[in-house]
Design a protein around this ligand. Sequence first.
Ligand code: ADE
Length: 232
Amino acid sequence: MRFHVLTLFPEMIDEAVTKSITGRAVTSGFIKVNTVNIRDHSACKHKKTDDYPYGGGAGMLMTAQPIYDAYMAIKEQIGTKKPRTIYLTPQGKLFDQKVATSLAAEDDLILLCGHYEGVDERVIEEITTDQISIGDYVLTGGELAALVVIDAVTRLLPGVLGNAESIEAESLSGFLLEQPQYTRPRSWQGKDVPEILLSGDHAKIIAWQKNEAIKRTKARRPDLYEKWKNLQ
Ligand code: ADE
């Protein structure tokens, strides 16, 4: 899968995706991350990418031209008529596992990162197919949000996680949060690992884990718990 990121700060993306599991996914060829510097596509001789908003108001807006030209260059390169193009914005649809799963089915994904006070509405209308928010808070730019999307989508791609079971288990439990987990040592700071996990009784362990996941979900995320209960 190929991610094409339109941004004024390509190094933010390049630096982060080469680490950890996304880094491994890049090296093994499961994903390609193509960062495109919007500034490089500015037609103005000072390579300007922003301007004052019509009607006044605080701050600057990203202008349509460099974004559109950067987008057209990618579109031409991938040869898709209307590639899935996502604008990262707090005004978008809230990103969740379901959205991540739908994006993981694409071959190419274009991610547009805004900056300053926003982006000229006309270019958003012209090029985007989706608008996504990663949560109800305002970031200084879309780069961190794009990285969240890249990370969540990449781990869903077949082969990326090595252990296919870890995705399987999640999708089976649907909306449940994970149960608490423990590793060595058996006793730490006077706290012992729950006895049942050392019992070797696989069926009992599975039942305990499920029950803990249900308890935790009910206490911490009653909204998810209700969704899960309705599926039972
Ligand atoms: N850009 C600024 N804030 C954002 C958010 N919460 N989600 C996605 N993109 C953003």
